[in-house]
Design a protein around this ligand. Structure first.
Ligand SMILES: C[S@@+](CC[C@H](N)C(=O)[O-])C[C@H]1O[C@@H](n2cnc3c(N)ncnc32)[C@H](O)[C@@H]1O
Length: 354
C-alpha cells in the first residue's frame, strides 16, 4: 500500500483509487458535454417549465431526435441532474432549475460550462504548440461570444458585489446615496455596472476596460438597459482615464490575475490615486497557493485549476504575498479585509486613509 498527502494528513492510496479518479474525471468530461447540450438545446429550460415530461414530449416540443433525447435523459438521471419515475417521465433535480435552467439566476453555471466545452477546448488544441513555444492567446480581442460567456461566468460574483459586498463596506452606502461614484476596472461587457446603477440609484458609475470587443458590448448593454446617462465607459486602463481623488469605490472582479504581472502595480497605484480619502477598493479575484502543500487544500483547488486553464491566455494567478505587497506599495496602509467566497474566490477590501 502507498501513501499520499492530502489536505488534513496522509492517506493510504491504492491503484484502484487512482484508476477511479481518472474514471471520475473522464465522467466529468461527459457530464460537461451533456450539460452544454442541455443548455444549448433548451432541455434544462424546457424541464424547468414543466413538472414532468417524457423524452418524447420534450423532443417533440424542441424538434429534436427522440432516441437521442432518451439517452440524454437517462444519462442526466444517472448523473443526478434529473429525477424520474419508471413511467419515463423526468423532472429537474433540486436546484438544477436555478443552476442550469435560468440564465438570470445568480447561481447559473451554464456560462462556466460553455467556457470549458467551447473555449477551453479550443485552447487545449493550441496547448500542444504553446507548450513548446510559450505562446499565448490573450483575453482581449477574442470574440464577443467569448466576452459574453466570461460575463455569464462571473454573474454570481457581480450580484454578490452589488448587493452585499459593496453595501457592507463601512460608510460607502451613505457616500453613494449622496451622489458618490463607483469605478469598475476591467468592466468587461458592462453587466455589473448595470447592476450597480440599480443597487445605488444615486451613484455615478464609470467602467474602464482595455478590450475593445467587451467595450462595444458594454456600450450596447448600458444603452439597452436605459442607463447610458449614468454610466461612463472608457476604453483604457485607469492610469490616465479617471481624475485623481474623484471616486468613492473601485471594484475589480476577476481582473487582477488577468493583468500582466509587470503592469499590476501601475493599475493598483491608479486605483489608489483615483480614490477619495475614505474610499474603498474591492477586489474579487483568486489566490494561487504559496506552497505545494497548499495546492491540495480545498480553498486553492479552484485557483490552481484557473492557473492551468488560463495558462495560454497569459494569465498568472497572484499569491497572497503579491496581492498584499501591491496594495501596500500603492499606499493602502490599513487592514486588508480577506475572505473566501464560492468555490475559492478571494475577496479583498482596503480603505484609503488620509
Ligand atoms: C475575466 S474578465 C472579467 C470582466 C468583468 N469584470 C466580469 O466580471 O465579467 C477580465 C477583464 O479585465 C480586463 N483587463 C485586463 N487588464 C486590464 C487593465 N490593465 N485595465 C483595464 N481592464 C483590464 C480584460 O480586458 C477583461 O475584460
Amino acid at each position: 500500500m502507498s501513501k499520499q498527502s492530502v489536505a488534513g494528513g496522509i492517506k493510504e492510496i491504492t491503484a484502484d483509487d487512482q484508476v477511479s479518479r481518472i474514471f471520475a474525471w473522464r465522467r466529468g468530461f461527459n457530464a460537461m458535454h451533456l450539460i452544454d447540450l442541455g443548455v444549448r438545446l433548451g432541455l434544462f429550460r424546457m424541464f424547468a417549465e414543466t413538472s414532468g415530461a417524457t423524452p418524447a414530449q420534450v423532443a417533440q416540443a424542441l424538434k429534436l431526435h427522440t432516441p437521442y433525447v432518451e439517452t440524454w435523459c437517462t444519462t442526466a438521471y444517472s448523473f443526478g441532474l434529473l429525477e424520474g419515475g419508471e413511467d419515463r417521465s423526468f423532472r429537474l433535480a433540486p436546484y438544477i432549475d436555478q443552476i442550469l435552467g435560468n440564465p438570470g439566476h445568480p447561481r447559473y453555471l451554464g456560462g462556466y460550462v460553455r467556457l470549458g466545452t467551447e473555449f477551453a477546448t479550443e485552447d487545449h488544441r493550441y496547448c500542444l504548440e504553446a507548450f513548446r513555444t510559450g505562446g499565448t492567446v490573450p483575453f482581449q480581442g477574442r470574440s464577443e461570444a467569448f466576452a459574453e460567456v466570461i460575463a455569464e461566468t462571473t454573474a454570481g460574483l457581480q450580484v454578490l458585489s452589488a448587493r452585499k459586498l459593496l453595501p457592507e463596506l463601512p460608510g460607502l452606502q451613505e457616500r453613494l446615496d449622496s451622489g458618490g461614484s463607483i469605478l469598475e476596472v476591467g468592466c468587461g461587457t458592462g453587466r455589473h455596472l448595470i447592476q450597480l446603477t440599480k443597487a445605488f440609484p444615486q451613484a455615478r458609475c464609470v467602467g474602464v476596460d482595455i478590450d475593445p470587443t467587451s467595450m462595444k458590448a458594454a456600450n450596447a448593454a448600458v444603452r439597452e438597459a436605459g442607463v447610458a446617462q449614468r454610466v461612463s465607459l472608457i476604453e483604457a486602463d485607469i492610469a490616465t482615464a479617471v481624475a485623481e481623488d474623484s471616486i468613492d469605490a473601485v471594484v475589480m472582479i476577476e481582473v487582477l490575475h488577468e493583468i500582466e504581472p509587470k503592469f499590476r502595480q501601475e493599475v493598483i497605484d491608479g486605483c489608489y490615486r483615483v480614490l477619495h480619502s475614505g474610499g474603498w477598493l474591492l477586489i474579487i479575484d483568486e489566490t494561487y497557493p504559496g506552497t505545494l502543500a497548499e495546492s491540495r487544500m480545498q480553498e486553492f483547488l479552484f485557483p490552481v485549476q484557473t492557473g492551468f486553464e488560463e495558462l495560454t491566455w497569459g494569465n498568472v494567478v497572484p499569491v497572497r504575498e503579491e496581492q498584499e505587497s501591491l496594495l501596500r506599495n500603492a499606499g493602502f496602509g490599513g487592514d486588508i479585509g480577506r475572505s473566501i467566497v464560492g468555490e475559492g474566490f478571494t475577496v479583498l477590501s482596503v480603505q484609503k486613509h488620509p
